[in-house]
Design a protein around this ligand. Structure first.
Ligand SMILES: Cc1cc2nc3c(=O)[nH]c(=O)nc-3n(C[C@H](O)[C@H](O)[C@H](O)COP(=O)(O)OP(=O)(O)OC[C@H]3O[C@@H](n4cnc5c(N)ncnc54)[C@H](O)[C@@H]3O)c2cc1C
Length: 355
């Protein structure tokens, strides 16, 4: 049976939701599914990962780190050491397909691992499947060999065929629905293994690679790529200060129990220095797939669409009925965003008070 591994990402000691769609993709067909967790205690995630179908958890650590403080290790992320540790674990556990997320962390680790193993990598996958040849050749070494990924700013979906003994796939966060959670019995839970894999720090002796300092960026707001609801502002916001009305609206949505709501922006709003680059959605920003995307004062250029067209539902607020976004969304409001957004926030707050 094929061995596949998913590289799990956490934030503040909690597994990011986007991992569960990746697990659903990796668990298709006959396979043994491993979860690689780097510099964290795998034991605390056993129940959660097990309920999504993970059978083995490999708690990868570098040298003899202890795991008293999960957050501390997330902050000391070193892509070179982490990638090398993953390479060692892949070899040790004889993994044939490795899945990660196309996130900043995945973009650091997956290409390095692929280069080290001389293995093919497809990033930003929308799905990964077995092709005809692999599906009907049960006793061969063939595993997942077809990856769907979007090209040319999302204008086309390419199906890429990969070959080789080891294959890597970077999954676009939130495009694949997680499978339903299984209620594990005590026996099923006890069958899930958690092993510690101590990777050699092969770079420790090399003077040219040294982690000098790691600085935490601005953590306000939630991850764009992991968000269920994104409310974005464009040129029409007029200033960075005005983004506070979007923040207030996002907070009111969160108060309804949608914990991963956040604020995004078009490139114009970023280029004008109103908001930081990490908030940019689009071809040269983040590619997002929230359940709901609310575009406020954004015209809907192809470059912006390239980043948010996979959203479950697109709502546009724009005062120009002829703006491209108005004919490419599920719902639109033809109005001034400075009237509609505060009104929406107020209505949400009123509803919240009632419940
Ligand atoms: C190589 C390249 C890469 C790019 N990458 C990206 C990218 O990653 N992301 C991205 O977003 N762009 C990207 N762009 C830029 C892109 O082409 C557009 O210029 C940009 O998306 C436009 O931003 P906007 O919609 O905020 O502004 P505009 O196009 O100026 O649209 C503003 C909209 O606001 C509406 N409006 C004005 N006032 C109000 C109001 N009070 N209430 C409601 N609506 C109002 C207007 O009707 C208009 O539709 C890229 C461009 C290039 C060439």
């Amino acid at each position: 049976m094929k061995k596949r591994a998913v590289i799990i990402e956490t934030k503040n000691g909690v597994i990011k939701d986007a991992n569960f769609g990746m697990i659903a993709c990796a668990s298709k067909g006959d396979n043994t599914l491993y979860a690689f967790i780097i510099n964290q205690s795998g034991e605390i995630f056993k129940k959660e990962l097990g309920s999504y179908g993970i059978e083995h958890i490999v708690d990868i650590c570098i040298d003899s780190d202890n795991h008293e403080n999960n957050e501390k290790y997330e902050k000391s992320f070193n892509p070179i050491l982490f990638s090398d540790a993953v390479v060692q674990a892949i070899k040790d556990y004889e993994i044939s397909s490795i899945f990660g997320l196309t996130t900043p962390m995945g973009k650091e680790i997956l290409p390095r691992v692929a280069a080290e193993l001389e293995a093919p990598l497809v990033m930003d996958c929308l799905d990964v499947v077995k092709g005809f040849e692999s599906s009907f050749n049960s006793d061969s070494n063939l595993d997942f060999d077809l990856a769907k990924t979007s090209l040319y700013s999302g204008k086309t979906i390419a199906t890429v065929k990969v070959t080789g003994d080891i294959r890597l796939f970077g999954i676009r966060p939130n495009v694949i629905e997680p499978s339903s959670k299984i209620d594990l019995s005590q026996e099923q839970l006890s069958n899930i293994t958690v092993e510690k894999f101590v990777a050699k720090n092969r770079y420790a002796e090399q003077s040219n690679i040294k982690l000098i300092e790691s600085r935490q960026g601005d953590l306000s707001g939630n991850d764009l790529v992991a968000a269920d609801v994104i409310i974005s502002g464009g040129r029409a916001m007029k200033s960075g200060e005005n983004f506070k009305i979007l923040n207030e609206c996002a907070n009111s949505i969160e108060n309804f129990g949608i914990s991963s709501t956040t604020v995004g922006a078009s490139r114009v709003a970023v280029d004008l220095g109103w908001v930081p680059y990490r908030m940019q959605v689009g071809q040269t920003g983040e590619k997002v797939s929230p359940k709901v995307y609310i575009a406020c004062g954004i015209s809907g250029s192809i470059q912006h669409f390239a980043g948010m067209k996979m959203s479950g539902m697109i709502i546009a607020i724009n005062e120009n009925i002829n703006a491209a976004i108005m004919s490419n969304c599920d719902y639109f409001v033809e109005a001034d965003l400075f009237e509609i957004v505060p009104q929406l926030t107020k209505e949400l707050q009123k509803e919240r008070q009632k419940s």
